[in-house]
Write a protein that binds this ligand. Sequence first.
Ligand code: NAG
Ligand code: NAG
Ligand code: NAG
Ligand code: NAG
Ligand code: NAG
Ligand code: NAG
Ligand code: NAG
Ligand code: NAG
Ligand code: NAG
Ligand code: CA
Length: 530
Amino acid sequence: MLREITLLCAIIGPLTVIGQSNVSSVEWWRDTFIYQIYPRSFKDSNGDGVGDLNGITSKLEHLADIKISALWISPIYVSPMVDFGYDIANFTNIDPIFGTLDDFTKLTTKAKSLGLRVLLDFVPNHSSDKHPCGFQGSAWEWNAQRNQYYLHQFAVGQPDLNYRNKLVQDEMMNAMKFWLNRGVDGFRLDATTHLIEDSRFLDEPVIPNTGLPPTDPGTLDHIYTRDQPELYDLIKSWRDLLDAHGGEKKIMLTEAYASLENTMKYFKYGSNAPMNFMFMGEVTNKSTSIDFKRTIDRWMNNIPEGNYIPNWVVGNHDNHRVAFRLGIKRADQLSMLAGVLPGIGIIYNGDEIGMEDLNLTYAQTVDPAGCNAGPNRYYLYSRDPERTPFQWDDTLSAGFSTSNVTWLPVNPNYKTLNLAAQKTSNVSHYAIFKKLVALKSQPIMRNGTTQLILVGNNVLGVVRRLPGVNPVVLLINFSNAPSIVDAASWMNVPAELTVYVASVGSQIMPGQRRNLNDIYLPGAASVILN
Ligand SMILES: *[C@@H]1O[C@H](CO)[C@@H](O)[C@H](O)[C@H]1NC(C)=O
Ligand SMILES: *[C@@H]1O[C@H](CO)[C@@H](O)[C@H](O)[C@H]1NC(C)=O
Ligand SMILES: *[C@@H]1O[C@H](CO)[C@@H](O)[C@H](O)[C@H]1NC(C)=O
Ligand SMILES: *[C@@H]1O[C@H](CO)[C@@H](O)[C@H](O)[C@H]1NC(C)=O
Ligand SMILES: *[C@@H]1O[C@H](CO)[C@@H](O)[C@H](O)[C@H]1NC(C)=O
Ligand SMILES: *[C@@H]1O[C@H](CO)[C@@H](O)[C@H](O)[C@H]1NC(C)=O
Ligand SMILES: *[C@@H]1O[C@H](CO)[C@@H](O)[C@H](O)[C@H]1NC(C)=O
Ligand SMILES: *[C@@H]1O[C@H](CO)[C@@H](O)[C@H](O)[C@H]1NC(C)=O
Ligand SMILES: *[C@@H]1O[C@H](CO)[C@@H](O)[C@H](O)[C@H]1NC(C)=O
Ligand SMILES: [Ca+2]
């Protein structure tokens, strides 16, 4: 009874191949930061209050300036925008709100000239069927036109694709090739957990006593719709497609909110970065240094044997911003960890300047996850607070748009919290982030050993060592009060090192020499020395 959707994309015609890079076996993403752009909120070029491709193109210098290796752009495909682009009507065309295919070519061409790679968000989990937003009861929806029910795991307007149908598989491969031929350097695959369903259409068991309304998906144990074994073969088929394309090696990042065991499986089937959401899901502003150590160790110790690289997601468009999750004083903490730990750091636009969440009223809420939860609970689910427009400067609408009305309101704190202001200050989230990106390219980050050490009760130390050079030492004070610790003894590092960078508000200045036998760390501070 699963509705088979095979008519999504038109047949793809011959293409011009552009932007082929040099063949190289080097994994360019190793020890770099990758930057996520939420296109509606990055930069509006035409004054309609919604960000677009030409807006992104006009701001690529910012990304080249901080020297990220690649940007990945949340969906820009034709969409009824029920879920702001995560519901797709044509996988091989650009939604007019964002621009045209020519605009996309301009974007990739300029990006390449600046040494930036471009990744697209590939949403294999659902297509679009124009329909008002809503989870209204059953996951099965009747379609009168086809005289069939179809499955939807998210909004009614997001019918699930049936990957057991070879035509669906081929069509999605064609869509991927379409973008590879347009110079895309890889994909971030969305919600892969939900790719494939058990072929028997069995009802999933009810979890007793959840206290949730009976129509809430949380009442069911999703044993037939999530993490099905066949999904990994699909991942592998896409890996093969990327490898067959030639040119510089293409990256595949996968988004699966799954168990650690299931997350790690993606490595073996060709994902270069099964996204590590531990910094968003497992640590909070209440976590201690021990909690952090345990969380980081768990990821490192579970990476399968082989040439696999860890990754650290600092934030994304589905979770509150780091400045909210950990608190404003700790806004730099996770990017510092992502910078010093081995592997890939993945940062969400705005987090490099410490942007904060903005609370909206129910009437202002546009995210379907928020509106569907109703006026009393919307704020628990809405992702609008972390999606407000990027704060470029202190002019109208934070320099995001020439319109005073934007698709989500601009956070009023933009007058002081904006990129332009941070560029003129030595102590800023921007200055820190830039130094973290630079640090990642150092040989000690590629080849150095990594050790996590609890320094006293409240301080976590991370030390990277490589023979012949000073170690890189990160110290994080998890307490809100200052403390003095003997990091030199606890961590077996030189008694004196130089501050490379320290968190905003710590009052510690880069360039200062510090005695690590009794280093003073203000409350909530993080500092990197070397
Ligand atoms: C390709 O490699 C050659 C030689 O290493 C280099 O000179 C050239 O700039 C590279 N081209 C691109 C597009 O990276
Ligand atoms: C999808 O977009 C392509 C342009 O890449 C276009 O040729 C095709 O007609 C579109 N398909 C549909 C079903 O609108
Ligand atoms: C697909 O994944 C995205 C991101 O997790 C989510 O917003 C969307 O609702 C999902 N839809 C389906 C049908 O899986
Ligand atoms: C943690 O964050 C919550 C809000 O999310 C706040 O109420 C609480 O005071 C914070 N706790 C600490 C220790 O900062
Ligand atoms: C937003 O409102 C919620 C609920 O009142 C509150 O818990 C949260 O701290 C607020 N967030 C911000 C950024 O003010
Ligand atoms: C936007 O500007 C127009 C024209 O100047 C004005 O009438 C309107 O009140 C402004 N709206 C907001 C939200 O500031
Ligand atoms: C920034 O640093 C430079 C060089 O270290 C110094 O000359 C300048 O005064 C500093 N500016 C501020 C605002 O601290
Ligand atoms: C890391 O070590 C390998 C093998 O010892 C060496 O070939 C490579 O150049 C080193 N990389 C860096 C960035 O130092
Ligand atoms: C961390 O901050 C807490 C609270 O300010 C303070 O008690 C403690 O001494 C600080 N730790 C270090 C190592 O500075
Ligand atoms: Ca626009």
